[in-house]
Structures are given as C-alpha cells and as structure tokens.
Ligand binder design. Sequence first.
Ligand code: UTP
Length: 223
Amino acid sequence: MRIVLRLGGSVLASPINTDLIGKYAKIVQTLQQHNELVVVVGGGNLAREFIDIAKKLCLEEKDQDEIAISISRVFAQLFLKKIGSIGDIKIALTLEDVNNCLNKGKIVVMGGLRPGITTDAVAALVAKHIQANMIIKGTNQDGVYTKDPKKHNDAIKLDTLSYTDLSGILKENKHKAGIHQIVDPEAIKILKNGSIRLIIVNGFNPNNILVAAKGEKIGTKIS
Ligand code: UTP
C-alpha cells in the first residue's frame, strides 16, 4: 500500500517531544517493510509563534505562511535525520521530489509545500499525486467530534463520516495563516471527490498508526 502519514506539529513539536519522535522513527521503520511511505510533518506551536512574529512585523499573509513552512521543514529534516538510511538524503520540497524519492525506494519526509494551505492539504495533494490508498493523521485528539471536545463536554466522537459531513462540522472554511482545525478545509476540497480515505487518530500513542494502517477500527475514518 501507499500511505501518507501526516504527523501533527501539535503532537511532535508542541513542545518538541524527542521521545515521541524516536518512537515514530520506529513506527515508520515497521510500516515501510510492507508499504511505500510519505511522512508529512507539521510546524506546531513554533510555526504559530513565528506567524505571530511575522504579523507583528506587519508582513503579509503569504510571508507569514512561508515562515511557517520553513519551521515545518526544520522538523521534517530532524525526523529524516532520525530515520537514517531508510529515508532519502534530503526532505522533499516539491511533488516531483516525492516521486523521485519513492522511485529510489526510500521513505519521503517533508514539511510544508506552498502558502495558502497547511500540511493537511500537503498530505492530501501528495496522496492524490501518488495515488495513495490512505492518509493517516496523528493529531492531539482521538478523532473527529461533533464539536470541539476541548470546549464542549457534550461533544461526541464520530467513528466514520464523509468528507461532505466533515466540511459541515468545521468552523472556518477559508485559509488563514496558523489556522488550526481537526482537518484543513483545503485538504477536504482535494480529497472530496476521490477514493483516498483519511483516518484521524490520537498521535500521542504511535501504535495507533499501525492499527489504522492494518484497517482496524480506530479514531475516525473519513471517506
Ligand atoms: P502546519 O500544518 O504546519 O500546522 O501549518 P501543524 O501544527 O502541524 O498542525 P496540527 O497542529 O498538527 O494540526 C502551520 C501553518 O503553516 C503554514 C500555514 O500558515 C499554516 O497555518 N503552511 C504550512 C503553509 O502556508 N503551507 C504549507 O504547505 C504548510
């Protein structure tokens, strides 16, 4: 199978969790024995701190995004170094890089791609480009809820839903630098009419990724 693994900055890097980064290195090692893998790493709190700095400097939105992309790429580079020779020499900066790396039989690791999106949309673009079977997103909650579980006690976790239903749950449907929702609306637009499933799991337990990859019930499955 071809799997895009989207690792939340909120999980690996807010604050930076070297123990978890190490555990994820082992997870991708296990996964790559039977799968082709692209790992997309987010920028987390540090990306948002830099967006705030860019805002204070009155930089425009595109520049704020570009700064945040650089941060996600630093985390991607850190992860790539940690996985060693099963990964490519450099992080992927373009969709063409992704193909070249997969053709070499290596794990692709990357951060952001271009302004106006988040790494969720990067994962979606890559998945579509390489015709991946699934995207697994490791994030800071157990899946998709009917409303924000941090703010509402009566929020209910959903086991499965469609991309259209997911769009209905989201508060914001337009990109803003530093936007943080369970899934980026831009990613939903890309995945909506295709056959790639997206599984959202709690990323603080890296084993959840293996469970999702096996097709077993976990988190929320969107199709
Ligand atoms: P990220 O996608 O890096 O956030 O986007 P994250 O922290 O990993 O997300 P969670 O917490 O795991 O869900 C952070 C910001 O970086 C810019 C955008 O401003 C985005 O809001 N960005 C990222 C881009 O502009 N383009 C990209 O391709 C990626």
